[in-house]
Structure formats: structure tokens, C-alpha cells
Design a protein around this ligand. Structure first.
Ligand code: ADP
Length: 202
């Protein structure tokens, strides 16, 4: 893939439970935006397949899937959407949710994605965050939200491995959004931070 043929992308960035998925699903209502959530891509795979089993072995412990495997699955997924015509790179902006999640993933994807904007969904209150994740576990079938030690591990992995991803992007590209607000207020701030950064033609 050549440099000018990279996927135009917006990164939804933030710790587990910061509301990336909620915002991504809403943004994807615009015809020119496609929401790609790495966790959803993994969860949609056949659980009996080799990759499906490998994913579960990491996710249930609150660990990240190894970088090379993650990027391979991501690229194959995007390429199949391009082939089927569901993504047209001259029209769509990708809303990336949960990828890249390590600095190695940033490097492995540097030839493929062109990050126009990073939206950093910030939650400072760790107790509120843990309460959100426990609540999510009750509503959806998320093995990785099931117990406190797994949640704490994910927050630690986020701080150690994912937060440094921010350093890979110029400060002017990063928008900080207070994610400790009702979802509509977060959406308003997210929308505000995107105006002018994605194609106006929908
Ligand atoms: P979260 O709410 O933690 O952001 P996700 O639904 O994004 O959850 O991801 C669920 C699990 O999928 C993660 O705990 C991890 O095991 C795996 N996963 C998702 N995205 C990545 C990624 N970019 N790199 C490695 N593992 C990932």
C-alpha cells in the first residue's frame, strides 16, 4: 500500500470503559464513517477456530492479543470490507476503536492508516471507571469484565502499553474530551473536535 493510499482514520482513544464503542457506533450513523472496533472484530470470530481460541486465552485474563496477530486480523478484516465494496477509501473515514493499542501496532500500521485526528476520551476517576466496567459486564457477555482483578489488570495494561501510543502523534492532532459526562455531552464534545478534520461531504 503506497503512502497516499492509506486509510483515512480517526482514532477513538481511551481506557477500557471510557465509552469508545458508544461514540463509535453513533458516529458510524454518518454514511461516510465506518466504525471498526478491534474487540468486536475478535469477538465476532468463530470461538472454535485457532485465532478465536487464542483471542479468548488473552482476553479472559485482561491481556492484549499479540501485536502481529492483531494486525494480521485487522488488515484481513479491512481488506475484506474493501473487496466487498463496504469500504470505499475515497469516501469513507475509518473510526478506529481499540486499535492501534501499542506503539508496536502504531509502527505495524504506519503504512496502512493515516490518522487525521485522535480523540482522547479521558476519565480521571478510577472508581467511576471500575463501576462502569462492572455494570457493562452485567449487560453484555464480556468475559473480560467479569471480575475485579481482570478489570484492574486491563487498566494497568492500558496505562503501561496503550497510553504511550499518544506520543506517536503530533499534539495538534489530539483532542482531549472529558468522558466522565453523560454520553450525549461526550458526543457533543467529540463532534466539536471532529469538525474540520473529516470530509464535509457525506
Ligand atoms: P475494552 O473495553 O478493553 O477497550 P475491547 O472490546 O476493545 O475492550 O477489547 C477486548 C479484548 O480484545 C481486549 O481485552 C484484548 O484482549 C483484545 N484486543 C482488542 N483490541 C486489541 C488490540 N488492538 N491489541 C491487542 N488486543 C486487543
Amino acid at each position: 500500500m503506497s503512502a497516499n493510499n492509506r486509510y483515512p482514520s480517526i482514532l477513538l482513544f481511551g481506557c477500557p470503559g471510557s465509552g469508545k464503542g458508544t461514540q463509535g457506533v453513533v458516529l458510524a450513523q454518518f454514511p461516510n464513517m465506518v466504525h471498526l472496533a478491534m474487540g468486536d472484530i475478535f469477538r465476532a470470530m468463530d470461538k472454535a477456530s485457532e485465532i478465536g481460541k487464542e483471542f479468548l486465552s488473552y482476553a479472559t485474563k485482561g491481556q492484549l492479543v499479540p501485536d502481529e496477530l492483531t494486525i494480521r486480523v485487522f488488515r484481513a478484516h479491512v481488506e475484506s470490507l474493501i473487496e466487498s465494496g463496504d469500504i470505499d477509501l475515497s469516501y469513507h473515514t475509518l473510526i478506529l476503536d481499540g486499535i492501534p493499542r501499542t506503539t508496536t501496532q502504531v509502527e505495524l500500521l504506519s503504512d496502512a492508516i493515516d490518522v487525521k485526528r485522535v480523540i482522547h476520551l479521558m476519565i480521571d476517576d478510577k472508581d467511576a471507571l471500575i463501576a462502569r466496567l462492572m455494570n457493562r459486564a452485567k449487560k453484555s457477555n464480556r468475559p473480560d469484565d467479569a471480575d475485579l482483578s481482570v478489570i484492574e489488570n486491563r487498566i494497568e495494561v492500558y496505562e503501561k502499553e496503550t497510553h504511550p501510543v499518544l506520543d506517536a502523534y503530533p499534539k495538534k492532532v489530539i483532542a482531549k474530551v472529558n468522558a466522565d459526562q453523560p454520553p450525549l455531552a461526550v458526543l457533543r464534545d467529540v463532534a466539536d473536535s471532529l469538525v474540520g478534520f473529516i470530509s464535509a461531504n457525506i
